[in-house]
Design a protein around this ligand. Structure first.
Ligand SMILES: NC(=O)c1ccc[n+]([C@@H]2O[C@H](COP(=O)([O-])OP(=O)(O)OC[C@H]3O[C@@H](n4cnc5c(N)ncnc54)[C@H](O)[C@@H]3O)[C@@H](O)[C@H]2O)c1
Length: 432
């Protein structure tokens, strides 16, 4: 099939490359000329494992091309995906200016029947808005489809190639059939293609992310109660997670959820419920707990040191989670801001996100070449992102480098007893 994808980053680039990998002819459109030039040269503007190789292969097979010219992309395609950002607007709602702007541009480029697919995460009713925008601009026939994306950054290719399910909201049979045909190679392992109305498809994505965010905030509160009553959250979590009705995913306590999706999607879901006079009380609590959790490690450090003034803190991990360079809403940001405000200095390391961090903090903090370099002269280490390379470090080397053998582990990646036996003071989340 011939496909255009508008928006070429974490979702659009992955979708475009994966559609091409399955034999489709894909043209990826982005308004950012620097990004498009980079992609045309075979380099990718983000860090996502396996993506560069996939892009290069499909580019050299001439199944994947890049352009800034949206009209060219649209004219060549039967199906046009909208995969642009939907950031939080001033009132907490999803800002649809990019989605509707792209819909308008697509409409002006139509030269015959096309399926316009919304892959961005958008509030219920957006398919109707997209349809209205297009209808105002053109007399050509078209269908609008909602096809929310459930991939996880860091495992995006695997998630896209082998999805748990594909959700398609379609209001007419022609578009529904084309979408089923497009996705059938991705669901050979038996994953269902779920056909539904557009409103339900739009809501699916928010309900899924809100559920995952709720599990994280719930377990963070359980960890906080563990600390208050002297229980161990590791043991509590294992027992709870072994219940088949509950399962183990998204039950790890930590420094709060971040990223480009959970915080904005929780906010947007509360907001569109509120627009219909529904107060989504659980999500308000989920958000409040998360905000508190992001500040918790600084509070723990302040309690330990009494004053953070003049202290040198090593920070391991800046990205909002491992295997990405994305720092949108990353817990490391308020943590570092809190440390700087309290008079501490910060020496940070992340395997992929240092470039992004420099754009946020500039020269306010120092950036280390590797994890050990960040520890030189440190009064404490704060572990914020659970990259694999932090899991089994050389603790005796760490002790020699640090001014004090003190670790605040925001991800519970070490064993408290082993670390204490090695001479570290070790403070983690919800564990004695
Ligand atoms: N990042 C994720 O893990 C993830 C997962 C599932 C769903 N989503 C949703 O998918 C959507 C896209 O997410 P993302 O993280 O890839 O977004 P992003 O903001 O990182 O990237 C959007 C891209 O769209 C481009 N763009 C914006 N306006 C454009 C226009 N008018 N014409 C052409 N290009 C334009 C931007 O230059 C940018 O490259 C969002 O709604 C997000 O909530 C994201």
């Amino acid at each position: 099939m011939k496909i255009a994808v508008v928006g070429t980053r974490y979702v659009g680039l992955v979708a475009g490359a994966c559609f091409a990998e399955n034999g489709n002819e894909v043209i990826c459109v982005d308004k950012d000329p620097a990004k498009v030039r980079m992609l045309q040269r075979g380099h990718i503007p983000i860090y996502e494992p396996g993506l560069e190789e996939l892009v290069r292969r499909n580019k050299s097979e001439k199944r994947l091309t890049f352009t800034t010219a949206l009209a060219r992309g649209v004219r060549q395609a039967q199906i046009v995906f909208i995969a642009v950002g939907t950031p939080t607007g001033e009132d907490g709602s999803a800002d649809l200016q990019h989605v509707l702007g792209v819909a308008r541009e697509i409409a002006r480029s139509l030269d015959g029947y096309k399926v316009v697919v919304n892959k961005s995460t958008v509030p219920v009713g957006t398919a109707v808005k997209v349809r209205d925008v297009i209808r105002r601009e053109t007399t050509h026939p078209f269908s609008v489809v909602s096809n929310p994306e459930f991939l996880k950054q860091g495992a995006a290719i695997d998630d896209f190639m082998k999805p748990d399910r594909v959700v398609i909201g379609a209001e007419d049979a022609r578009a529904a059939e084309l979408m089923k045909e497009l996705y059938s190679p991705f669901t050979r392992t038996g994953a269902p293609i779920m056909m539904m109305d557009c409103a339900s498809a739009e809501l699916c994505k928010y309900a899924a992310n809100a559920m995952l965010a709720t599990r994280i905030s719930f377990m963070n509160e359980v960890a906080n109660v563990c600390e208050a009553v002297g229980a161990n959250v590791d043991q509590v979590r294992r027992a709870v997670a072994s219940d088949r009705r509950i399962g183990p995913s998204f039950l790890f306590p930590g420094v709060g959820y971040g990223g480009s999706c959970f915080p904005k999607d929780v906010k947007a879901m509360m907001r569109f419920a509120e627009d219909k006079a529904y107060d989504f009380k659980i999500l308000r609590a989920v958000e409040t707990v998360n905000e508190g959790q992001k500040r918790l490690l600084v509070t723990k450090m302040e309690e330990h040191f009494k004053s953070l003034k003049g202290k040198r803190i090593a920070v391991w991990g800046l990205a909002f989670k491992p295997k990405t360079d994305d720092m949108r809403e990353a817990p490391a940001v308020p943590l570092i801001q809190g440390l700087l405000a309290a008079g501490a200095s910060v020496h940070a390391y992340d395997p992929e996100a240092v470039k992004v961090a420099k754009g946020i903090f500039g020269s306010k903090i120092q950036y280390a070449e590797n994890s050990y370099a960040a520890l030189t002269g440190a009064d404490a280490l704060a572990v914020i992102t659970e990259w694999n390379e932090f899991r089994e470090p050389d603790f005796s080397r760490m002790r020699k480098l640090m001014r004090q053998p003190l670790i605040f582990d925001g991800r519970n990646i070490y064993n408290p007893e082993s670390l204490r036996a090695l001479g570290f003071t070790y403070i983690s989340m919800g564990r004695p």
